[in-house]
Design a protein around this ligand. Sequence first.
Ligand code: CP
Ligand code: NVA
Length: 330
Amino acid sequence: MFKGRSLLTLLDYTPDEIRSLLELAHRLKAEKSQGIFPHRLADKNIVLLFEKTSTRTRCAFEVAAYDEGARVTFLSNSQMGKKESLEDTAKVLGRFYDGIEFRGFEQQTVVDLVKHSGVPVWNGLTDLYHPTQVLADVMTVQEHIDKPLNQIKFVYVGDARNNVANSLMIISAKLGMHFVAVSPKDLFPDAKLTADMKALAGETGGSIEITDSIDGVVGADVLYTDVWVSMGEEAQFGERIKLLEPYRIDMDMVKKTGNPDMIFLHCLPSFHDLETVVGRQIFDEYGLREMEVSDEVFRSRHSKVFDEAENRMHTIKAVMVATLTDELDN
Ligand code: CP
Ligand code: NVA
């Protein structure tokens, strides 16, 4: 059953349920391309609660909701936690809205929102997880690589203990992919999560490997990276640059995969040039023109990052339709 459920982490979903969400996302994408809009969410009201900044996630929720006939409130300056407790705010939002999207710091916030609002809550990124992101990532892999997921070597390079890396490891284990995190030892993922995902991958036919050796990229079908410093960690730029510079995805690393058809993915936003305020500050202070990925790779034929960004919308639409209607329950 999907109707009435929240999506706080993909740990709560079975492999079959994740496959169903992905199939629905592909179907909704095909529908939209044919101009078919059945308005499955007509008369639903959705609130988007943001403690951290966003482009893709906010816009994906809004466009997905509008496509399906729902109405949206964007709330980034609420009283929650400042002048009103989370509990009281959640109770109010639960009276007004059919679903709540939350982006912010603590994973506990989404847990508490579920408890007190009584409506589905969707995690639009916390410090720990970014589940809607990785649904879009796998959808993009399915579109671009003509192999079953259990034959895919998915290599994440960079800060392997952040929200995106955690969620990629989880979805890989759930769907039987071969996931490798290539990262300095100081940024290895949580040991317990890694052990649990290794055990799960053992059951699903996948595998999980964590290494600090760049050789981990050999044979990759997918090279994936994320920013070196996640939202809320800005004080750590200096230390992260020292740790992660050897792990930048550049053309040498792409060649090292030995796979001419490999694809490059990135959740975005990305520091691949000097076209941002932060990028220029990093250049002034550390002399770097690009961080986690070279501009050359970002703009290369391998890069599918804008297909991936588009798929945020189709997958988020699938999550809302699945959890607010009986579309997948019949
Ligand atoms: N990938 C992602 O979540 O992007 P935004 O921060 O722009 O929402
Ligand atoms: N790890 C990044 C992802 C941004 C979409 C962050 O949390 O800032």
